[in-house]
Design a protein around this ligand. Structure first.
Ligand code: FES
Ligand SMILES: [Fe+2]
Length: 353
């Protein structure tokens, strides 16, 4: 069995649940960490996340009606306030004390809604991955419901030696697979950095930064895995002959397991130099989509093979090389976080209590 597809799910963490723009006055149902969640906004614009299962007979609230700030279940009409409390039962004047659905901590930041699926008492908003560059306007976004385990996506993003092969027509330049990043841990964060000198400018960066195709280019990268749900890659490229004119940009990736083997994957590319025009942003958007689609195809193929090999029909194993140091650290961090969560979880109550 592949170690990379068996990393545990961690519940006491913030996860991207949706973009801000996705959630409005229409009920949105989404599976997050194995939990059905319904998202919407109140009339005042406050985002709300409730368990997407009516407290009566578990009809999906996302297939119900939004009435003011309340959800009226589409099956027998029980009505739930945005707090999750049941406020009306058409067939009963008395509302049972347990008639409520769980409300999840939800915070809006950087054009995303962040949900805490674990113990609400531990939901500290200061632990949401801080990405201030996402507040800039020169950015493009991407979403896929990726049929692969989130650990595979994290490892893909920490190991850019795949870029000259998976994205050879877009961003691939030879130094990406040659210069080994320096990886280290800081608590629950893995940081990996490198500078690549005198590589050749690939097509996408030539179009977006205006550097001549194939001209000598330097490229600086800093990867940060902020466990368990974000990978931020701060980068800059510049013509080797002109280090004063840098083109800084960031690719920011959020991964949220759906709990059924797939991953909600959002990515943003932010262009951080002055004067990015609409045509450049449009080219970036097209390129970013093609690149992300290439990763999705590769990761889904990898996951499908892992699933088949899991049957044990073929003897198999994996090897790692020094380039994999960052990826291996991400596995360790996830395993450690899951262990910590297990050890601090409250004891299940006995039947007699
Ligand atoms: S299942 Fe929702 S009111 Fe009956
Ligand atoms: Fe990629």
């Amino acid at each position: 069995m592949s170690a990379s597809s068996t990393s545990p799910l961690i519940r006491n963490a913030w996860y991207a649940a949706a973009t801000s723009a996705e959630v409005g006055r229409t009920l949105l149902g989404r599976h997050l960490l194995g939990t059905p969640v319904v998202l919407y906004r109140t009339e005042a614009g406050e985002p709300v996340a409730l368990l997407d299962a009516c407290a009566h007979r578990q009809f999906p609230l996302s297939r119900s009606a939004l009435v003011g700030d309340d959800i009226r279940c589409g099956y027998h009409g029980f009505t739930f306030a945005s707090s999750g409390e049941c406020v009306h039962i058409p067939s009963s004047p008395r509302i049972p004390r347990d008639a409520r659905v769980r409300r999840f901590p939800l915070v809006e930041r950087h054009d995303m809604l962040w949900l805490w699926p674990g113990d609400p008492a531990l939901a500290d908003p200061s632990r949401i991955p801080d990405c201030p560059w996402l507040d800039g306007s020169a950015k493009v976004s991407y979403y896929a419901h990726l049929r692969a385990h989130y650990q595979l996506l994290i490892e893909n993003l920490l190991d850019f030696s795949h870029v000259p092969y998976v994205h050879h027509d877009q961003q691939g330049h030879p130094e990406l697979a040659r210069v080994i990043p320096r990886a280290r841990e800081h608590g629950d964060t893995v940081v990996s950095t490198r500078v690549m000198r005198e590589s050749s400018t690939p097509p996408l960066w030539s179009d977006v930064m205006g550097l001549p195709l194939g001209a000598s280019m330097d490229h600086d990268q800093r990867f940060e895995f902020r466990a368990p749900s974000a990978v931020c890659i701060r980068q800059a490229v510049w013509a080797s002959q002109d280090p004063g004119q840098r083109y800084p940009f960031s690719t920011t990736h959020f991964m949220t397991p759906d709990g059924c083997g797939a991953t909600h994957y959002w990515s943003w590319v932010s262009l951080e130099w002055e004067g990015v025009d609409p045509a450049t942003l449009e080219r970036m958007d097209r390129g970013a989509r093609e690149v992300a689609d290439q990763d999705v195809v590769a990761l889904e193929a990898q996951q499908a093979l892992h699933d088949r090999l899991r049957d044990g029909a073929v003897a198999h194993g994996v090897v790692s090389v020094p380039f994999d140091a960052g990826s291996l650290l991400t596995r360790q961090v996830l395993v450690r976080m899951a262990k910590r969560e297990r050890e601090t979880a409250p004891e299940p109550r006995s039947a007699a209590s």
